[in-house]
Design a protein around this ligand. Structure first.
Ligand code: NAD
Length: 341
């Protein structure tokens, strides 16, 4: 089975490509490398001993997408390609809608033209917005997104539903990720953010290797156990395996049409301070941090009800927080500057 993976050179994409190859799928990666390094794919090839077809291309470029679909017989698409910096999306909303929404519509149009109907979409817990009560369940209505980034995910989920309604052959799985962290256990691939990291763990890891001085913890007066925000962190390899489960689920359920959403999380929330403590254990050093005011849009705590993925996909996050920290530290200490340029 041949799978086109857009954004496959990025953080979650590269780990998923590795899992797909280890499960005997053929993979074509389509990535414009705007937030990735081709070295991630070379390392995945080394780790698996298998070849990946790589095409440098943009999902906004229909001509190149069309060329790819005419060259390869593609059975399914896993769509990671997106811009993901929540803060930046508020200052550059059109760039985010253009890249994420317009790019996805382009991709879907080309898929329809080539009669490729199986689609797995990188959605996010952010689609639940602030209105729903935790833990989030898939039956809940989508919320009011607090950023253009979040809105782009809500819009795409809606477009997938409309497409499935109009075309009975189209089948989509929306995987709503909670907070992926960690790295492959080899320490060879991991998260390599360009510039200042937007997410907690890469920032903590860069402080630990001396690349950044100290960590800012945004808010210590939330109504949580220790006053800091709580999130449902899951190991990126568990998340990667969730994609393999989703592809297998589509394959097995040949009569399924429409759109199905699944939460991918552990079902447990961990605070920022707990993360710092756990990381200190892993790297055996103190992480300097200080408290800063709350950040606009941050919710106090959210986590997944991941029962549906467990029951239907047969998927469960199995790696614990110390594995997440140990693997992050292995990646960061082996690659203090990230992938070589
Ligand atoms: N990391 C998270 O915390 C998180 C949480 C929820 C959802 N997601 C979603 O998961 C997906 C992957 O996230 P990630 O953390 O691996 O991010 P990432 O930035 O590492 O990966 C995204 C990849 O897409 C590529 N890309 C971006 N725009 C493109 C375009 N127009 N054409 C072709 N390639 C393009 C980038 O070069 C990069 O390789 C994204 O859709 C993101 O919104 C991520």
């Amino acid at each position: 089975m041949k799978i086109l993976v857009t954004g496959g050179a990025g953080y979650i994409g590269s780990h998923t490509v590795l899992s797909l190859l280890n499960n005997d799928f053929d993979v074509i990666v389509y990535d414009n490398l705007s937030n990735a390094n081709i070295e991630s794919i070379r390392r995945v090839e080394n780790l698996t001993g298998k070849k990946v077809s790589f095409i440098k291309g943009d999902i906004q470029d229909k001509a190149t997408l069309t060329k790819v679909f005419s060259e390869f017989v593609i059975d399914a698409v896993i769509h990671f390609a997106a811009l993901k910096a929540v803060g930046e999306s508020s200052t550059l909303p059109l760039k985010y809608y253009q890249n994420n929404v317009h790019g996805t519509l382009n991709l879907l149009e080309v898929m329809m033209a080539f009669r490729v109907y199986d689609f797995i979409f990188s959605s996010s817990a952010t689609v639940y917005g602030g209105e729903n009560v935790v833990p989030y369940e898939e039956t809940m209505p989508l919320g009011e997104a607090s950023s253009p980034y979040g809105a782009s995910k809500v819009m795409i989920e809606r477009a997938l539903k409309d497409l499935a309604q109009a075309n009975s052959e189209f089948r989509a799985v929306c995987l709503r990720y909670f907070n992926p962290i960690g790295a492959h256990e080899s320490g060879d691939i991991g998260e390599d953010p360009k510039g200042i990291p937007n997410n907690l763990l890469p920032y903590v890891a860069q402080v630990a290797v001396g690349k950044r001085e100290s960590l800012q913890v945004f808010g210590n007066d939330y109504s949580t156990q220790d006053g800091t925000c709580e999130r449902d962190y899951l190991h990126v390899m568990d998340l990667a395996e969730g994609h393999v489960s989703a592809v297998n689920w589509l394959k097995k359920n040949s009569s399924f049409t429409g759109v199905e959403a699944f939460n991918l999380g552990t079902g447990r929330a961990i605070s920022v301070l707990e993360i710092i403590n756990a990381f200190e254990q892993a790297c055996q050093q103190k992480i300097p941090y200080h408290f800063a005011p709350r950040r606009y849009g941050d919710l106090p705590a959210f986590w997944a009800n991941a029962e549906k993925a467990n029951k239907q996909l047969g998927w469960k996050a199995t790696r614990n927080i110390s594995q997440m920290m140990a693997d992050t530290w292995r990646w960061q200490s082996n690659n203090p500057q990230g992938y070589p340029n």
